[in-house]
Design a protein around this ligand. Structure first.
Ligand SMILES: Cc1cc2nc3c(=O)[nH]c(=O)nc-3n(C[C@H](O)[C@H](O)[C@H](O)COP(=O)(O)O)c2cc1C
Length: 321
């Protein structure tokens, strides 16, 4: 349904959801002003602008606490986050007195804080400030950059995600000969097999969630709240893999619809919520059953053992200092 922004039924929530279809990376933009005050904000509005001169841009909510520092700083740094830096992203998205004392950072050009282990970094001179409604558009002239080539953290429809290289998709049969190496190395490579398997599993599962009349984040919230001890927004955020404000919005919606109730510092399912969570688990189990129906118990046991082994090999969880 086309919604006209001048119509009475226009609502900013629907507008934000529609914008959320545009997948982006995630950055933390930092600066220091002449008084030595530091600022840092998580931002997905970063984009490239010009090669000559080398310009980039991002937009900053005028009402944010840090905005006046960006407005008066001579430089800023763009830290493009890597896929294992979602916790850092949440840290810098949260309003707090001092965002820098709990983390490790280095001093970049013009005193702007820079972070290690990013995917890339762009250090900029402040070049132009353009009025963009409730945001300022800040244009920076890149004076130095790093390309660390780490896999990026992505953001789509309110959730963090990681890249699935499109090449990993099953090619149409007539194209197969063109893009598969003659010896089938790509076809047999375990990593590409895993990517394609997850993609196939998710593509079939996601449309089913709409039957629950909740969005993907809310469906995840139901599963997590039912399965874990009472948690608040921050604790739940860690399990949902979304920015904290998305958790808060989902909590508010689910409370409003009578599925959740506050208990102490956390949230529990109401009777209505338990029924919804049961339905969510049922859907998820039914999908798993359907997907794994053609495999024997022994095959599935080995499959689980291999997956657990790979998970254990993974890098230890990086936390803030
Ligand atoms: C994934 C993500 C992307 C965001 N993108 C932007 C953005 O592009 N511009 C912006 O002003 N705020 C953005 N925000 C919100 C800011 O991070 C947040 O308002 C700001 O850090 C609040 O801090 P402050 O008011 O203490 O300065 C984003 C938040 C998240 C979680």
């Amino acid at each position: 349904m086309t919604i006209k922004t001048g119509d009475a039924d226009f609502n900013s929530h629907a507008f934000r959801r529609a914008l959320g279809n545009f997948a982006t990376g995630v950055t933390i933009i930092t600066a220091r002003n002449a008084d030595g005050e530091l600022v840092g904000a998580t931002a997905s509005s970063f984009n490239s602008l010009s090669m000559d001169p080398p310009l980039i841009l991002w937009s900053c909510i005028k009402a944010s606490r840090g905005c006046p520092i960006f407005e008066t700083s001579t430089h800023f740094a763009v830290n493009v986050l890597a896929s294992d830096q979602a916790e850092l992203s949440n840290h810098f998205a949260r309003q707090q007195e001092d965002k820098f004392s709990a983390i490790e950072w280095g001093e970049g050009i013009g005193g702007a804080p820079i972070f290690a282990d990013c995917a890339a970094r762009f250090q900029c001179e402040s070049y132009q400030k353009i009025d963009g409604g409730d945001h300022w558009i800040f244009v920076g002239k890149v004076v130095a950059f790093d390309d660390f080539g780490r896999p990026p953290l992505c953001f789509h429809q309110g959730s963090y995600s990681t890249l699935f290289n499109h090449l990993a998709a099953e090619p149409a049969s007539k194209e197969r000969g063109d893009c598969q190496p003659a010896d089938g190395r790509l076809e047999d490579h375990k990593f590409f097999q895993m990517l394609r398997a997850i993609r196939a599993y998710q593509d079939a599962y996601q449309p089913k969630v709409s039957a629950l009349e909740v969005n993907l984040i809310e469906s995840r919230l139901l599963l997590v709240v039912q399965d874990l001890p009472v948690l608040g927004a921050e604790g739940l955020t860690r399990h949902l893999n979304v920015p904290v404000h998305e958790t808060e919005e989902a909590l508010q919606n689910m409370q409003g619809r009578g599925f959740l109730a506050a208990q102490g510092d956390g949230f529990v399912l109401t009777e209505l919520g338990r029924a919804k969570a049961d339905a969510a688990w049922k859907l998820s189990h039914a999908h798993a059953q359907e997907a794994f129906a053609d495999f024997s118990e022994d095959q599935l046991k080995s499959f689980s053992a291999v997956l657990r082994g790979l998970i254990e090999q993974g890098s230890p969880h990086k936390s803030l200092r």
